[in-house]
Design a protein. Structure first.
Length: 179
């Protein structure tokens, strides 16, 4: 209790605890501005996109991401581990997402002919129809929220910058890029 009171009294006297332990290797003003801008743009676009997809199609951005990942997969299906890797979800996260989509009839699980102990996940015909409908909302929202104030040259430059910052982020048809 004494420790809490001591900390509390420091707070009350406007002592800045950050002054006691300076930030190691701080960002330059330009680095900080770019990082903060990236995070803010990402948050604004993804939150609003998630809201619109849920409202119009009953699909959140994560579910949309699973469907779009499957539609672009060679052969139209992936193992659960490949799907998790490409969609940046943990194995349990992808399992829950696939369970929800399977209950809704949007994906199907098939035995993996290469390994009978695992399953392939593929898009159902209802899943493809739902995805195509959701793409209308997705494309319109991204155009409004991100592209509307950018010209063609801006888009080319941004594409070049993303590729320069993270090679393969733009040019590779499969993500993440395997070494």
């Amino acid at each position: 209790m004494t420790k809490y009171l001591r900390m509390s009294s420091n707070f009350e006297t406007n002592v800045n605890p950050a002054a006691a332990l300076p930030e190691p290797d701080p960002f330059s003003p330009d680095e900080f501005a770019v990082w903060r801008g990236f995070l803010r743009v990402y948050a604004r676009v993804t939150r609003e996109l998630d809201r619109r997809l849920l409202e119009a199609h009953g699909l959140g951005l994560d579910a949309y991401g699973v469907l779009i990942t499957l539609v672009t997969a060679p052969g139209g299906s992936l193992t659960m581990s490949e799907l998790a890797e490409r969609h940046n979800l943990s194995p349990s996260g992808i399992s829950r997402a696939v369970d929800r989509l399977a209950r809704a009839g949007l994906v199907r699980r098939l035995p993996n002919p290469a390994d009978r102990r695992s399953f392939l996940v593929g898009l159902s015909s209802d899943g493809l129809a739902q995805l195509r409908s959701a793409q209308v909302t997705h494309h319109a929202a991204v155009r409004e929220l991100l592209f509307a104030r950018l010209g063609g040259r801006d888009l080319v430059k941004l594409r070049e910058l993303w590729e320069k910052a993270v090679p393969g982020s733009v040019s590779s048809p499969v993500w993440p890029v395997r070494d």
